[in-house]
Design a protein around this ligand. Structure first.
Ligand SMILES: NC(=O)C1=CN([C@@H]2O[C@H](COP(=O)(O)OP(=O)(O)OC[C@H]3O[C@@H](n4cnc5c(N)ncnc54)[C@H](OP(=O)(O)O)[C@@H]3O)[C@@H](O)[C@H]2O)[C@@H](O)CC1
Ligand SMILES: Nc1ncnc2c1ncn2[C@@H]1O[C@H](COP(=O)(O)OP(=O)(O)O)[C@@H](O)[C@H]1O
Ligand SMILES: [Mg+2]
Length: 274
C-alpha cells in the first residue's frame, strides 16, 4: 500500500497548452439529483466545472434546473427521464458520473439502467452514491467501460458483501478484481485499489465530515479523468487534492464545506500544475 503525497499532483496536473479549446479538456456528463437530493448533483457538477472540465452537462430531475443554472450557468442541463436526450448526451461524453443524489426508487433505477445500456468501453464511468446502492439491491450487470467506483464503507459493504469490520486490503482487492476498474473506498483514511497497486490517502480532516463531501469528490474525479490522460493518476490526484484543500482550510475553520473546497480548486490546481 503506497501513501499518496503531493507528487501525484505534479504527475497529473498539466500546464495547459496555448493551442487548445474547451474540447481539449473533456466532456463530462453528470447524472443524478432526484427531487430530494438536488444539492448532491449540483455539488458534483460544480466540482467538475471548477476542476476544469471543458464541457459539463447535467442530467437531473427538472425541479433542479433553476437552482443549478442560478449557481452555475457554465453547465448545461437536461431531464434525466428523457431517454433520447440521455442517450445522446451520455454518448457524447468522455466521462460520465452517475449516482450523486440519484435516489433508489423506480425512476432512479430506470435512469441508471439507461446509462449502463448507453455507455461504451472507451468511456470512463464514475459510479457513486445511490448508483452503488442500486447495483447492489438489484444485482445489476456492470457495463463495459473504464469503471471507477467511489463507495463509502457502507456502500462498499453493500456492493462487495464485505462487512465494514472485515474490509481488509486483501478482501477489498479480491472484489476489485472481480468488478474490474478502480475502487475508492472512502473513510477518514480513503483507500484506492487499482489494477496497478493500492494507495492510502492520509490527507484529510474530520472537518470534512459533512453531507455532500463525497458528491464533490465524485465530480472532481469526473473533471480530472476527463482532462488528464492517465486515468489512475487522475483518480488518485483528485482524491488527494480534495483532502489536501480541506486540510488547508481546516487550519482556520472548524468545519469545511464541500462548496468551499470546490471554490479553492482553480487556485490549488494553478499552484500544483507542471
Ligand atoms: N445535499 C444532498 O443532496 C445530499 C445528498 N446525498 C445523497 O444521498 C444519497 C444517499 O447517500 P448517503 O450516504 O447519505 O446514505 P447511505 O447510502 O444510506 O449511507 C449512509 C449509511 O452508511 C453508514 N456508514 C457507515 N460507514 C460510513 C462512512 N464511512 N461514510 C458514510 N456513511 C457510512 C451510515 O452510518 P451512520 O451514519 O448511521 O453511523 C448510514 O447508516 C446518495 O445519493 C448521496 O449522493 C448525500 O450525499 C448527502 C447530501
Ligand atoms: N473524518 C474524516 N476525515 C477525513 N475525511 C473524511 C472524514 N469523514 C468524511 N470524509 C470524507 O468525506 C467524503 C464523504 O463521502 P460520502 O460519505 O459519500 O459523502 P456524501 O454522500 O454525503 O457526499 C469522503 O471523501 C471521505 O473520505
Ligand atoms: Mg456519497
Amino acid at each position: 500500500m503506497e501513501t499518496l503525497t503531493d507528487n501525484i499532483l505534479a504527475k497529473t496536473i498539466r500546464i495547459r497548452p496555448k493551442e487548445s479549446h474547451k474540447g481539449t479538456y473533456g466532456r463530462v456528463c453528470l447524472v443524478g439529483g432526484n427531487d430530494h437530493f438536488g444539492g448532491a448533483i449540483l455539488m458534483a457538477t460544480e466540482a467538475s466545472v471548477y476542476s476544469g472540465a471543458g464541457l459539463n452537462t447535467t442530467l437531473t430531475d427538472p425541479s433542479n434546473f433553476v437552482s443549478l443554472h442560478s449557481r452555475l450557468p457554465e453547465a448545461m442541463v437536461a431531464d434525466f427521464t428523457n431517454r433520447d436526450e440521455l442517450t445522446d448526451l451520455v454518448s457524447a461524453a468522455n466521462t460520465v458520473v452517475v449516482g450523486p443524489g440519484l435516489g433508489t426508487d423506480e425512476t432512479s433505477l430506470k435512469v441508471l439502467q439507461a446509462v449502463f445500456n448507453t455507455i461504451a468501453p472507451g468511456q470512463t464511468l464514475i459510479v457513486d452514491g445511490s448508483a452503488i446502492t442500486l447495483i447492489s439491491k438489484h444485482e445489476l450487470k456492470l457495463p463495459q467501460a473504464k469503471l471507477v467506483f467511489t463507495p463509502h464503507q457502507m456502500e462498499w459493504q453493500r456492493l462487495s458483501g464485505i462487512q465494514i469490520a472485515d474490509q481488509t486490503d486483501e478482501a477489498n482487492e479480491t472484489v476489485r478484481k472481480q468488478l474490474g476498474g478502480i475502487v475508492v473506498v472512502k473513510s477518514h483514511q480513503t483507500r484506492i485499489y487499482t489494477p496497478t497497486g493500492s494507495f492510502l490517502n492520509t490527507a484529510g480532516t474530520p472537518a470534512q465530515a459533512t453531507g455532500g463531501m463525497g458528491d464533490t469528490l465524485a465530480g472532481m474525479i469526473g473533471g480530472f479523468t476527463a482532462q488528464f490522460a492517465n486515468q489512475t493518476n487522475a483518480v488518485l490526484a483528485a482524491v488527494y487534492a480534495h483532502s489536501a484543500i480541506a486540510d488547508e482550510l481546516a487550519r482556520h475553520q472548524y468545519v469545511v464545506l464541500p462548496t468551499q473546497i470546490i471554490h479553492e480548486l482553480p487556485r490549488y490546481m494553478h499552484e500544483h500544475q507542471h
